[in-house]
Write a protein that binds this ligand. Sequence first.
Ligand SMILES: [Zn+2]
Length: 316
Amino acid sequence: MLAMGPILVLLGAFVFVVGTVVGSFLNVCIYRIPWEKSVIWPGSRCPRCWSPISATDNIPIVSWLALRGECRQCGAPISPRYPLIELLVGLLFLGLYYVDVVHGERGRYGYEIGRPLATLAYHAILVALLVVATFVDYDLFVIPDAITVTGVILGIGLGALNPLIRPDPAAATTHAQGLWVGILGLLVGGGVTQVVRVAGTKAFGREAMGFGDVTLMGMIGAFLGWQAAILSFFAGAFFGLAHALWKLSVYVKKWARAEKLSTADRELPFGPYLSMGAAALVLSWTWLWEDYFRIQFGTLGWLFWRILGVNVPIPN
Ligand SMILES: [Zn+2]
């Protein structure tokens, strides 16, 4: 393991760089997917002067800093959100690398690198989709099916193709079980959200969540399995509630000063919080599951598998 040290550090640096490049591509996706434009063609252009951005001016984070956030041709400001999303994705990928490869249950055995790397790639795909969903929802209050349906297909498909790709307790032994773990995750993730959505709409007399949130949670479940999906939902609700309370204070202040309220004051997209919840779960799952939730879910999980007639080994 000691000899693995420098290799693990180098690999980590590589994963971070890959993350920033992926982040750069996700910036394009965030901007184009809602308008159903191609994310591959044409290449990036300045939104003001329309001049194409050269490859050397398109290096993640570095180019933005070198250009001091301005277009080389016309000097139009380039939003700092672009390099920040690149940095965010780089850091998220690095975090996943630490959890799945360096620390992960399988990573402890330095000789077996294939499985942890597959899990890393699997989680990286999920996180990439979550980042796109987050920023599109934040900008436009919508989560396009192009993101979530693609995610569901990838989550279930890759999980069936490689049943060992999901960490415990969602790891399976056969392709059929891997497929079933994904489908069950989709149903539980989407189902829980739909139930809360319907109840919330009844209670508040207006739509509390969109159907995009349901498909987003379905995607999260397809990737992570039903246990993590339930916990993601609650983690997301907690993050969302914290922000909602803060917003409420702004609301009250504006109301007291008889100021006009903007739509942004009234609306709160839920997608970013569900995504945050899922990302937080993936990054802490090894510890959370081992030290806490394994026991909590033991009984529930046993019942679940029994009722549904599928026996997936549950560690005890
Ligand atoms: Zn320009």
